[in-house]
Design a protein around this ligand. Structure first.
Ligand SMILES: [Zn+2]
Ligand SMILES: [Zn+2]
Length: 289
């Protein structure tokens, strides 16, 4: 059976988020889709997995809603469901930023094709990775600047360090684009002059140009944790130093750190990040999915 995982977002004024939430939830349930979708007065943001044909039905269903008629989806094939449950929630924000960002003045979208051309010509640009540090550990665009953040809410504060690039051409990116809409608008508010964002993020870029400028693997927020989008690994096991791109959530619930760990060390350390965590009593439950 062929499965697909798709992600999508749209910032648009939603009247009646709860009604929309129920519609979307019912549609997913009917089609046996799993995943995580957030609905808010500012729009929709989600990712779901399911049988390829059912995913097509879902796409058409959601596009029937006028406000989502032009919705685009980022897609990856997979041999399984990539989520083991369905969560559809309403929230204040579809991605939590905590600061006002004028979404009418976001960074200009640049297509993977145009960005590839810029990079081929070695144009003078700053590539900025807007993701969390644990995501950038296993892969990023060659030469991209990363930020020491654990959470997207920390972006505004961390971006103060970028002030020296205020007059440069900045191309920022995240996994699928939803975070950069806010982060790029925020940078413009802060006086950055020439801000771009990759249309559809890393997923869209590597779908068109694998093994070019994105190096390593891509962190994803589903059961896979890692999507092997290129043929090389750029990261190392944080315990033994072997080449590795497996990300693990430390099984000590008090620690909960995301870290890079090879299969051998996962076994040896009982799926934890340190000797202390190995001996901890509060362990995450094993799940089979
Ligand atoms: Zn190791
Ligand atoms: Zn730990």
């Amino acid at each position: 059976m062929q499965f697909k995982v798709i992600s999508f977002y749209k910032y648009i004024k939603v009247k009646g988020a709860e009604k929309l939430r129920l519609e979307v939830k019912r549609s997913c349930e009917k089609l046996g889709l799993m995943g995580r979708i957030l609905v808010s007065q500012e729009g929709i943001n989600g990712a779901v997995s399911g049988e390829a044909a059912k995913i097509e039905t879902f796409k058409n269903a959601i596009r029937k809603n006028k406000i989502f008629s032009g919705l685009t989806f980022r897609e990856q094939g997979y041999q399984n469901q990539t989520y083991h449950k369905l969560v559809v929630k309403t929230r204040d924000e579809i991605v939590r930023f905590g600061k006002k960002a004028n979404l009418k003045r976001t960074g200009k979208h640049i297509s993977p094709k145009n960005l590839k051309a810029w990079l081929d010509k070695k144009q003078d640009i700053i590539l900025l990775d807007a993701r969390n540090q644990y995501e950038t550990k296993i892969g990023k665009f060659k030469g991209a600047i990363t930020l020491p953040i654990e959470n997207f809410r920390d972006f505004p504060k961390a971006s103060k360090k970028l002030s020296k690039f205020r007059d440069k051409k900045i191309v920022m990116y995240c996994t699928g684009g939803v975070r950069c809409e806010k982060a790029s608008a925020f940078l413009k508010q802060e006086g950055f002059k020439d801000v771009y964002q990759i249309q559809g993020g890393i997923i869209n870029f590597v779908n068109q140009y694998p093994d070019t400028y994105f190096e390593g693997s891509c962190f994803v927020f589903d059961d896979r944790l890692v999507s092997r989008v290129s043929s090389n690994k750029t990261s190392k096991c944080e315990i033994c130093g072997d080449e590795c791109d497996e990300i693990l959530n430390c099984f000590n619930l008090d620690c909960d750190k995301l870290f890079v760990s090879c299969k051998k060390c996962q076994k040896r350390m009982n799926k934890t990040c340190s000797e202390d965590c190995k001996n901890s009593k509060k362990r995450r439950k094993e799940t089979n999915f």
